[in-house]
Design a protein around this ligand. Structure first.
Ligand SMILES: Nc1ncnc2c1ncn2[C@@H]1O[C@H](COP(=O)(O)OP(=O)(O)OP(=O)(O)O)[C@@H](O)[C@H]1O
Length: 309
């Protein structure tokens, strides 16, 4: 069994709404996702906005209740665990927006030591030393522990978010679009840094993103999501050299290739993909299924549904 094994995960949210003339009572945010992630590797979840990536990550860590399916982590079934504290220590999340995920009223010392306070019984002095060490690990000065989030750049703030995530020496990190809110010039720095600490701290990553260029750089395997389901899964090499599903082909075709030698081949590939898309895309998705995966204008509730018998 792999380090993280997700089997047929479903997360359905109750809603009241209508679409295509149907009345629906739930949205299938995640509708049958399975994945295996080996220790020390990086698995990418890709898809457009609303495809269910974040909900998948949140359900794995227990922030969202699974309607059906199982999540096994390090040999332990962690699906809908009542006592989440063990998992929370070993599985941490890095969030998309370093601007909003750090409390602006708190100093870095308090932000980064929060998980330590929840799980470890350290004296104030030990805590301070640990946070200073973590600052050094993420390439910030030990003195920066007394500053507030607004005193840092976007890339530095994401480093603080990473310091908080690794404070308890987790085994798995779910990184939810960790660089999409950053300038392109800073993205590469943060990604390379994440790769460096992956080795140093023996981390396994579930990396959520919509930018295939970033995913290619980071991941060993990739699952492509579309409206709550996988359309394709494979090694990064397979997905990029031989995409099968038209949706994947569109994503791959949209990556700019700056090498002038490839320009003509890329133009041709784009044209082929466009034609195939126009001819066949709707064949892949039936209206009945889609009605539950699109997000209509509705009233929503933040509780996941148990699966109907
Ligand atoms: N608590 C909730 N109640 C109702 N619907 C929800 C809830 N959370 C998510 N959804 C819906 O589930 C679907 C999947 O959302 P999710 O955030 O997982 O997608 P995503 O692929 O991560 O998108 P993004 O890239 O924009 O973050 C969307 O249609 C979303 O509106």
């Amino acid at each position: 069994m792999a380090f993280l094994e997700v089997e047929d995960l479903k997360v359905h949210f109750p809603i009241k709404g209508g679409i295509f003339g149907r009345t629906i009572d739930h949205v299938r945010a995640v509708d049958g996702v399975s994945l295996s992630l080996e220790k020390g590797k990086t698995y990418g979840l890709v898809g457009e906005s609303g495809s269910g990536k974040t909900t998948t990550g949140r359900a794995i860590i227990g922030l969202e209740k699974a309607t059906a399916g199982t999540v096994t982590f390090d040999g332990q079934d962690i699906t809908n665990l009542k006592n989440k504290s063990d998992v929370r220590k070993d599985v941490q999340m890095i969030f998309q927006d370093p601007y909003s995920s750090l409390n602006p009223k708190k100093r870095v010392l308090d932000i980064v030591s929060e998980p330590l306070r929840n799980y470890e019984n350290l004296t104030k002095k030990e805590e301070r030393i640990r946070v200073q060490e973590l600052m050094e690990l993420v390439g910030l000065s030990p003195e920066s522990i007394l500053k507030y989030p607004h005193e840092f750049s976007g890339g530095q703030r994401q480093r603080i978010g990473i310091a908080r995530a690794v404070a308890l020496k987790p085994k798995l990190i779910i990184a939810d679009e960790p660089v999409s809110a950053l300038d392109v010039s800073v993205q590469a720095q943060v990604l390379n840094f994440m790769q460096d600490i992956q080795e140093e701290l023996d981390l396994t990553y579930l990396f959520i993103g919509h930018d295939l260029g970033v995913i290619k750089h980071m991941c060993d395997n990739i699952g492509i999501m579309y409206r709550g389901r996988y359309v394709e899964e494979g090694s990064t090499e397979e997905i990029f050299t031989n995409p099968q599903h038209i949706y994947t082909k569109r994503l791959v075709a949209a990556i700019p290739d700056i090498d002038p030698k490839n320009r003509e081949a890329q133009r041709q590939f784009r044209q082929e993909v466009k034609t195939e898309y126009e001819q066949s895309f709707n064949d892949y998705f039936d209206e009945e299924g889609l009605a539950y995966q699109l997000q209509p204008v509705t009233e929503t509730h933040r509780v996941a549904l148990p699966e109907k018998g």
